[in-house]
Design a protein around this ligand. Structure first.
Ligand code: ATP
Length: 503
């Protein structure tokens, strides 16, 4: 799987999806740039989300708030006080780790050990294998699980109590070694705030410290009344936003999975107090359906309900996707209570309440949030779509099975040869389609090579203009996934592409 992931990263660079930031200066850690294909994919993913939120729901509207916000915002939100990661260093390797991530990795390894035992036994006993009984009684499985559960329970408690000494003790007791040095020479655990700071105004005038926002959500909360009043919104309603967020992540790894500058798509749904868990459940189901609609296979998704809740939440779950490096969070759904609006009211001294014209009541709404990383979605799509296929004729092809609706290029147009009027007709077809779809024109190399190039960037349709096209006004359309070809009248092309790329 590691090999496959490395190949995917190389592929992303080779075909213009994702480059390391400022690469000529050897890159900047955990920062990436999107290339000519990557930006199209990313924009399509954003549109897929934006439409699902704002177009399909009458009661959800969008905003675009600034990245810079009044510094008090982050005191009210709890980020100044509590947006910390617990860090631990290994004295031998001088490497720094997040204590909670080290422990999560340990839990995942214990799970792997259990699954290996089960797999071995399944092979040994074949048909007669009673998996449930084996899991309950096999001494090795029981031991692995007991160790796992003990660490898990202590970890949740330590994180909830913010008990740093206990976190270190769990790492020592579980005999966790540094992945680099292989030793257990751990320092104490320290807190590290993840917000980037900068100065606003000139230093001479006594500039004030402001932060790059670590989440987009707060831009929605501070605009709650503006949007509710000017949009005459009635509860329940939602506000959606797509934008950059910045976190000084310590363990920045796994390509664009964890970045220091990334993009979020967040929706805050405002409800009557007491109805939040009903809406939490609604959004939990709705968001899972949105993910599964991409068609990568339901078995690659699961929920991870939180037992350690953030300071603002009364229910939380993650949608996890099976990346090449295991099941990991792509989206969080949180019931945030009235924590944010309540605190902004306190810190700003303004009344932030909803007035229900029907009942005459005023109250601070509760909030259910859905929060998803754009870049993580890009990585999810690319890792699910990347395939190396062996063809019947013995050749191999690398193909991205990106759902047509979000594919960077929808169709490529090729003249069979560069003469006899074929390029002209191909250009005419391109001109007919280009206002509605992202189309590529390619006349270089053999048709086979041109197909391979389009497969590698995930173009669902290739349209070839040949001599017959001049006579009967038809072209050959080749489908990326099945590689099947058929002839289509030029007059029907626009409708055909439209059908193909609708989700
Ligand atoms: P994690 O546990 O992975 O650090 P989180 O629980 O802190 O994530 P949230 O604060 O809930 O994440 O953010 C919501 C979403 O934003 C995440 O589900 C993820 O898709 C995305 N996200 C968060 N941090 C990053 C990051 N450093 N790089 C890329 N995407 C991120």
């Amino acid at each position: 799987q590691d090999e496959l992931f490395k190949k995917l990263i190389a592929h992303c660079k080779e075909y213009g999806f994702i480059f390391p930031s400022s690469e000529i200066y050897d890159g900047l850690s955990a920062v990436y740039d999107y290339g000519q294909m990557g930006v199209e994919l990313k924009n399509n993913i954003k549109k897929y989300w934006w439409d699902a939120m704002t177009k399909l729901n009458e009661n959800i509207v969008g905003i675009d708030a600034a990245i810079f916000m009044h510094p008090k915002t982050w005191e009210a939100s709890g980020h100044v006080g509590a947006f910390n990661d617990p860090l631990i260093d290994n004295r031998d390797s001088k490497k720094r780790y997040r204590a909670d991530v080290l422990l999560e990795d340990f839990l995942a390894k214990q799970d792997e050990k259990i699954e290996k035992e089960v797999e071995k036994a399944r092979k040994r006993f074949g048909e007669s294998f009673d998996e449930k009984l084996f899991r309950e009684t096999n001494p090795r499985v029981v031991e692995h699980r007991a160790k796992r559960d003990a660490v898990h329970e202590r970890m949740v408690a330590a994180l909830n109590d913010n008990d740093l000494e206990e976190l270190r003790q769990i790492i020592l007791d579980a005999e966790i070694v540094c992945p680099i040095s292989g030793t257990r020479n751990w320092t104490e655990v320290r807190q590290f705030n993840l917000m980037f700071e900068t100065k606003m105004g000139s230093v001479a005038e006594g500039a004030s410290t402001i932060y790059l926002r670590p989440e987009t959500a707060q831009g929605i909360f501070v605009n709650f009344l503006n949007v509710q009043k000017t949009g005459r919104m009635k509860i329940p309603f939602g506000i959606a936003q797509i934008g950059k967020a910045f976190r000084n992540e310590i363990v920045a790894r796994q390509f664009i999975f964890r970045m220091r500058e990334f993009e979020q798509m967040e929706m805050q749904f405002f409800v009557r107090p007491g109805e939040e868990l009903k809406w939490f459940d609604h959004w939990r189901q709705t968001r899972m359906k949105w993910h599964r609609a991409l068609g990568f296979g339901d078995e690659h998704y699961r929920f991870h309900d939180h037992d350690k809740l953030a300071h603002y939440a009364n229910a939380a779950t993650d949608v996890e996707f099976e990346f090449p490096f295991g099941f990991k969070e792509v989206e969080g759904i949180h019931s945030r209570t009235d924590f944010d609006l309540g605190n902004h009211a306190k810190f700003s001294g303004k009344k932030i309440q909803y007035y229900d014209t029907e009942t005459g009541e005023s109250y601070v709404p509760y909030v259910v949030e859905t929060s998803i990383g754009v870049d993580r979605m890009v990585l999810q799509v690319l890792s699910a779509a990347y395939k190396e296929e062996r063809l019947e004729n013995g050749e191999t092809r690398t193909v991205l099975n990106i759902p047509a609706a979000i594919a960077p290029v929808k169709a490529a147009i090729f003249p069979l040869v560069k003469k006899d009027g074929l390029p002209e007709l191909a250009h005419q077809i391109k001109d007919m389609l280009k206002f509605d779809y992202n189309i590529q024109y390619d006349e270089k190399d053999s048709i086979g090579k041109r197909y391979r190039r389009q497969d590698a960037i995930g173009t669902p349709l290739c349209i070839t203009v040949d001599y017959q096209s001049l006579e009967d006004k038809t072209v050959t359309v080749r489908h990326r996934d099945s590689m099947q070809q058929h002839r289509v009248a030029i007059a029907d092309l626009a409708a055909m592409v439209g059908d193909e790329v609708s989700l």
